[in-house]
Write a protein that binds this ligand. Structure first.
Ligand code: CDT
Length: 300
C-alpha cells in the first residue's frame, strides 16, 4: 500500500492591509502543526498570500500588479520553502502570478519534501465577470484580472503516486476531474475562495457548503481519486467566505472536515492504492467508458 497522511491548512480571512510576510508566518505555523500530525504534504488555499483582491476593481496597472508575484519563491515566500525542507514536508500553494512577459494567471504550485517545485497549474475555469458591475455588493473580477491558464490539466509524479491540481471554480466542472482522472491523478489538491453570498442567484446562498462538497465528492468518486480541498474562509473585508475544507476518499466519502472559518489544520491518512477499488471496477475507464458518444463535451 502507499499510505501517508495529508493535511489541509485552511486559512481564516486575510485583511486587505495584511502583509505577505504575515500570511506566510500564519502558513508556517500551520505547516508545523501539519508536520506534528505526521503529514507528508500540506495544502494551502487559492491566492493564499493576500486578501481575495478580485472583489475590488483596480484600474491602475501598478495597483493591479501589487497583488501578483513575479518570482516563486521570492523574499516573502522563501520561509515556506525553507521550512518545507527543514521539516521534510511538501506543500501546495495558490498565488497570483505575473510572468516576465506580462501574463497574469491564478496559479498554484506543488512543492516536494525537499522544498522543490514539482508541479504548476494555472486556473482554467475563471468565474465572475470582465467589467465593474455597480449593482454588486462586491465584485468577482477574475475574468478581468486573469488570463485563462495555459498549462492544461495534467498529473505529475509526487508522493509515490500521481498528483493533479485545479483551483476553486474548476472543482465545479466534471470535465476538470475527468481530465485529471484520465491523466492518472490519484490525489487532486485544490484551494478555494468561495463567497457565501452569490449575488447573481442569492437563492443559492444556503447551498454554498453543499455545492462544495457535492462537487468534490462527485469528482473523487467518478474518477477514483483522493482530494484535499482547502478554503480561505471567514469574514474577509466584509465578505463572508465559506470554510468546509475537506479530505475526500475515492469512494466519495468525506474523511476529514474543518469545523470553523479560521486558521485550521485537517489531516487524514490516504492510501493511493485504494484508487483501484473504483478504477478497476465501476469506473474502469478502459472497459466501460464510451468516448465515441461524448463528442459534445469537447465541441466548442
Ligand atoms: N475563487 C472562485 O473561483 N470562486 C468561485 C465563486 C463563485 S463564482 C463568482 C467558486 O466557484 O467558488
Amino acid at each position: 500500500s502507499r499510505k501517508f497522511i495529508v493535511a489541509g491548512a485552511q486559512l481564516g480571512p486575510i485583511a486587505r492591509d495584511e502583509s505577505r510576510a504575515s500570511a506566510v508566518a500564519r502558513m508556517c505555523a500551520l505547516m508545523r502543526a501539519a508536520k506534528a500530525r505526521g503529514a507528508r504534504v500540506v495544502v494551502f488555499p487559492e491566492l493564499a498570500l493576500t486578501t481575495f483582491f478580485p472583489r475590488w476593481h483596480f484600474t491602475d496597472p501598478a495597483d493591479i500588479d501589487q497583488w501578483f508575484e513575479t518570482e516563486m519563491p521570492n523574499a516573502d515566500t522563501q520561509p515556506l520553502f525553507d521550512l518545507s525542507r527543514e521539516l521534510g514536508i511538501g506543500f501546495h500553494l495558490g498565488y497570483a502570478e505575473l510572468t516576465a512577459d506580462g501574463h497574469h494567471y491564478n496559479t498554484a504550485i506543488m512543492v516536494n519534501e525537499s522544498g522543490e517545485i514539482i508541479g504548476k497549474y494555472r486556473k482554467i475555469h475563471l468565474p465572475g465577470h470582465f467589467e465593474f458591475e455597480d449593482w454588486r455588493p462586491f465584485q468577482h473580477l477574475e475574468k478581468y484580472y486573469f488570463e485563462k491558464g495555459d498549462l492544461g490539466f495534467h498529473a505529475f509524479h509526487a508522493f509515490d503516486g500521481k498528483a493533479g491540481m485545479c483551483i476553486c471554480n474548476d472543482r465545479r466542472w466534471p470535465e476538470t476531474w475527468r481530465s485529471l482522472g484520465l491523466a492518472g491523478a490519484e490525489l487532486v489538491v485544490l484551494g478555494y475562495n468561495t463567497p457565501l453570498h452569490y449575488p447573481p442567484a442569492p437563492e443559492h446562498d444556503h447551498l454554498q457548503y453543499f455545492h462544495n462538497e457535492l462537487s468534490v465528492q462527485a469528482g473523487c468518486y467518478q474518477n477514483g481519486l483522493w482530494a484535499v480541498a482547502v478554503a480561505k474562509a471567514g469574514n474577509e473585508e466584509g465578505c463572508d467566505l465559506i470554510g468546509g475544507s475537506v479530505i475526500v476518499a475515492p469512494t466519495g466519502e468525506i474523511i476529514a472536515k474543518a469545523q470553523g472559518v479560521g486558521d485550521e489544520v485537517i489531516t487524514a491518512e490516504v492510501d493511493l492504492d485504494r484508487c483501484t477499488e473504483i478504477r478497476a471496477n465501476i469506473f474502469n475507464f478502459a472497459m466501460h467508458r464510451e468516448p465515441s458518444d461524448y463528442h459534445r463535451i469537447t465541441a466548442p
